[in-house]
Design a protein around this ligand. Structure first.
Ligand SMILES: C[S@@+](CC[C@H](N)C(=O)[O-])C[C@H]1O[C@@H](n2cnc3c(N)ncnc32)[C@H](O)[C@@H]1O
Length: 210
């Protein structure tokens, strides 16, 4: 690896360039980080939330390739979708529908505008608390990028356990609350895509029956 490439990786310049190219393709702005303290959030769960930071689009495509999952028969759910970048990535990959849940007014509005700019009619954005999201009994992929701490993740777990069938995968980037999924009887840890290893990387769980 050349020195300039190494410098790009260490300083994050490479990731920034990739994000600029990705936004330019869709006429969106998803890359800039946003702290929650300046945003309008009328939910008690505010204090458990993490700031907005966008995922690398390859997190999803690499995770799907890793488990060999065909997205066309799955719904995609991003809890804490922020500006909606992963909803657009999921729609582009061919998920049959893509739902994002975001509790900050400004970010939910931006996610809606970004989805409209990208032109995918399979995307919908729910402005609300992820802990209150009721999953549907149908195959889906749950995507999480370190959105909130265990108080909310436990509610998400409880909502998952209400389903009659466990036909879902969990893709979790920077999984600070991974114990919750490791301990679920309905899930089995599948591992991490090769390009996204490490504790801050992308980790995947699938149905235990598979
Ligand atoms: C690290 S960002 C991830 C953004 C997006 N999922 C992605 O990967 O590009 C976490 C997001 O979760 C949102 N969030 C935190 N707690 C939430 C909650 N209880 N309900 C809904 N959204 C929440 C934050 O506002 C922020 O936009």
């Amino acid at each position: 690896m050349s020195f300039s490439k190494l410098l790009d990786l260490l300083t994050g310049r490479e990731a920034q360039r990739t994000a600029i190219d990705w936004d330019a393709k869709y006429g969106t702005d998803t890359r800039s980080t946003v702290e929650l303290h300046g945003l309008t959030i009328s939910h008690d769960s505010r204090r458990f939330g993490e700031r907005y930071q966008a995922s690398d689009p390859s997190a999803l495509s690499d995770a799907l390739a890793f488990v060999g999952l065909d997205p066309r028969s799955y719904r995609f759910v991003d809890l804490g979708c922020g500006k909606g970048r992963m909803l657009i990535v999921a729609a582009e990959l061919g998920f049959k529908s893509c739902i994002g849940v975001e509790f900050a007014d400004e970010l939910a509005q931006t996610a809606k505008a970004n989805a409209a700019a990208a032109g995918f009619d399979t995307i919908s954005v729910v402005h609300g608390d992820a802990g209150a999201y009721a999953f549907q009994d149908e195959p889906f992929v749950l995507y999480l990028f370190n959105p909130f701490s265990h108080q909310i993740m436990q509610r998400v777990r409880d909502n998952l356990l209400k389903l009659r069938r466990a036909e879902y995968y969990v893709i979790y980037k920077n999984p600070r609350e991974r114990r919750i999924f490791d301990e679920m009887q309905t899930l089995r840890y599948l591992g991490t895509p090769p390009a996204h290893k490490g504790v801050w990387g992308v980790h995947v769980w699938g149905p235990r029956g598979e």
